[in-house]
Design a protein around this ligand. Structure first.
Ligand code: SF4
Ligand code: SF4
Length: 258
């Protein structure tokens, strides 16, 4: 979660492993759930999949109820953000008096804090072993005496698949930082297709199986079965398709039918 005045301490995996860091978050800290009020929360494609399954909602309903889009550091493609409740202090819609109601499906930003993996822009190389420690100034968790290494934290918080999927999305996001659609911007049909392939797995699945997509791209039987039943596999097909559309590269180009 990005907040104003947050302090970012730079480190590498070995630095953190060698020196470790102290942190604990539990109902006993005086700031408990403070970070769940009015956070500026980015949702990544894999976050959306985890949350919509946890809430047993389809993509359209989830996007409508829990998200909004905002243009941030990329002027050419909006980010999807978690919509806060309208009540005082703008709490996260999943915040309850007992804590997070979607804890096992909580988004990457909630899950990773205070460790922030560096994601390389090409999604494939560099920075894979580099991490930051983020400190929100109001967060008392850093004063606790529980010691962690980055590797332990990543394992304990189940961050592995989030990092893997987000790394690939970072490469797609780099392509989306070009002016791909000229003056039409997000009104361009291509932009709407890209948004669907990144964020709306139910519509994308219907598109793949009910359009000429499978005539144009040859997918082997294992991949076909996987995208039929698993949103994460479909999401990676979406990433491949976006890369093919915007750059003409990637694994989907290699298996295109002649
Ligand atoms: S998803 Fe859960 S942990 Fe994250 S801000 Fe909302 S209530 Fe807090
Ligand atoms: S310790 Fe930090 S992460 Fe935990 S509730 Fe408090 S502000 Fe949030």
């Amino acid at each position: 979660m990005a907040r104003e005045n947050e302090q970012i301490v730079y480190g590498t995996r070995s630095d953190i492993t060698a020196g470790g860091f102290f942190f604990a978050c539990h109902p006993g800290v005086s700031c408990f759930t403070k970070c769940c009020r009015n956070p500026d929360m980015y949702l990544y494609p894999y976050d959306m999949i985890r949350l919509k399954h946890r809430l047993d909602m389809d993509s359209d309903a989830f996007l409508e109820k829990y998200t909004y889009t905002a243009v941030r550091d990329n002027p050419y493609f909006p980010h999807v953000m978690l919509k806060m409740a309208e009540s005082a202090q703008k709490p996260c819609p999943f915040l309850t008096p007992q804590g997070c109601a979607v804890y096992e499906a909580r988004p990457f930003s909630c899950r990773a804090y205070p460790v922030e993996p560096a994601l390389s822009r090409d999604g494939r190389s560099g920075n894979a072993d580099r991490f930051y420690i983020v400190r929100h100034p109001y967060c008392r968790g850093h004063e606790q005496d529980r010691y962690h290494t980055a590797a332990q934290w990543i394992s304990d918080q189940g961050l592995g698949p989030f990092i893997e999927h987000n790394r690939r999305w970072a490469a797609v996001d780099t392509l989306l930082r070009q002016n791909n659609w000229g003056d039409q911007g997000m009104a361009h049909p291509g932009a709407k297709m890209v948004f669907m392939a990144g964020y709306n797995m139910d519509r994308f699945r219907a598109f793949v199986f009910n359009s000429s997509f499978l005539n144009r791209f040859a997918l082997d039987d294992d991949r076909l079965r996987a995208i039929e039943i698993r949103d994460t596999d479909l999401m990676h097909l979406g990433f491949d398709w976006i890369e093919f559309m915007l750059a003409g590269t990637g694994p989907l180009a290699e298996c295109r039918k002649k």
